[in-house]
Design a protein around this ligand. Structure first.
Ligand SMILES: Nc1nc2c(ncn2[C@@H]2O[C@H](COP(=O)(O)OP(=O)(O)OP(=O)(O)O)[C@@H](O)[C@H]2O)c(=O)[nH]1
Ligand SMILES: [Mg+2]
Ligand SMILES: [Zn+2]
Length: 359
């Protein structure tokens, strides 16, 4: 495969240029195990490990290769083995708080162009979960697309689609049936172009792997039966993996996440996800309104008038609290900066989400 087919472009080429003369080659992480990675490169597939120096110099787990990363390797002559010397800066990254109570950022996927936020139109359907995924997706730098799957199980998928569109802040909303549509790729084709990377995220059992199999045209990924009584899914997919689809797009399958713990979500992101609430807050009488019991509070007025859904407001308050907590834990200075940014937004200033993330 040539490099552009794997998603390579000038951004990565520029960062790679210092390594080019020293016999290094770039490769993309397709699969990460505990100690080894599977890489795709112009010279084929490698199994690779990080050099001791890279391990030593990486202050945090996030500095090490994740699925979707571009890495700098030195192939071992005559072997399908390589050493990873460096991780190139990420253009985008989707992170969450690692499982357990540690305050550790975990990179779910790197250098993704689009995230398909997959939800099933079944009895577990949950608007609040979509809101939460959307908030993290805006923060990732990738374009979110809300995929409502299992449309065959719902009597009126178009109505849900319309409802979700009202809270999607401009993100496209597509209803499909991965299992039943003649070709589910038709509705999603715009994001499946050659060399473009799409990560599928969503609860276990939502149908991510089923959809990927349909995009691949083969049952490559294991899928799970839905016959579980607790509705918690079965976590059929156990690892993240980047796969080259026949369309030439690069799709990343991920294990379902029951709990999506936010990782230091910035205020601009919440602004993006809750543009309606931000607009309301700008109309409160006091610029530092806490939207609690202050006179002239536009938020409380909207709640009373029924024009703001109380569940949506609660969801916003919860996400805000959670992000403040994560930010404080991660970096007290950042937390202060975050609050300052939030104040600016409540005064009506429009802040775009970051489109490029730091490495
Ligand atoms: N009725 C219906 N069932 C579907 C559809 N898509 C997937 N399923 C079923 O839903 C179940 C779960 O699908 P998976 O593709 O394994 O779900 P997943 O999101 O990959 O789940 P994890 O790997 O656990 O995260 C399987 O039994 C699928 O056959 C659909 O469009 N309609
Ligand atoms: Mg799966
Ligand atoms: Zn207010």
């Amino acid at each position: 495969m040539d490099l552009p087919a794997l998603g390579w472009d000038d951004f990565f080429a520029n960062h790679f240029s210092p390594f080019a003369s020293a016999g290094f080659v770039p490769a993309r992480v397709a699969l990460e195990h505990k100690h080894t990675c599977v890489l795709y490169s112009a010279a084929g597939e490698f199994s690779a490990t990080c050099t001791g120096r890279l391990l030593h110099e990486s202050a945090t787990r996030t500095a090490l290769p994740a699925v979707g990363d571009w890495v700098v390797v030195r192939p071992r002559p005559g072997e399908a083995q390589a050493d990873i010397h460096a991780v190139l800066p990420r253009r985008t990254k989707f992170s969450r708080r690692a499982a357990g109570d540690e305050e550790v950022e975990q990179i779910v996927a790197a250098n993704i162009d689009t995230v398909f936020l997959v939800s099933a139109l079944d009895e577990h359907f949950n608007l609040r979960r979509i809101e939460r995924y959307l908030a993290v997706a805006w923060d990732s730098g990738a374009q979110p697309v809300i995929v409502l799957n299992k449309a065959d199980l719902h009597s009126d998928p178009a109505a849900v689609r319309a409802e979700v569109a009202t809270l999607a802040s401009g993100a496209p909303v597509v209803a499909v049936s991965a299992a039943r549509d003649a070709d589910p790729a038709v509705a999603l084709g715009a994001w499946l172009a050659p060399g473009r990377t799409v990560a599928l995220l969503g609860a276990s059992g939502a149908g991510k792997s089923t959809l990927i199999n349909r995009l691949l045209g083969t049952d490559r990924q294991l899928t799970g039966a839905t016959s579980d009584t607790h509705g918690k899914g079965r976590h059929t997919t156990t690892h993240r993996e980047l796969i080259v689809a026949p369309s030439g797009s690069l799709v990343i399958d991920t294990p379902g996440m029951r709990e999506l713990q936010l990782w230091d979500l910035g205020a601009p992101t919440l602004d993006e996800t809750f543009a309606d609430i931000t607009a309301l807050a700008a109309r409160c009488r006091f610029s530092d309104c806490r939207h609690d019991a202050e006179p002239g509070c536009a938020v409380q007025a909207a709640l009373t008038a029924g024009t703001l859904d109380p569940a949506r407001w609660q969801s916003f308050v919860k996400l805000q609290r959670e992000q403040a907590y994560a930010a404080r834990k991660a970096n007290p200075q950042l937390a202060r900066a975050g609050r300052a940014a939030w104040k600016k937004i409540t005064k009506g200033q429009r802040v775009r989400p970051r489109l490029e993330t730091e490495d």
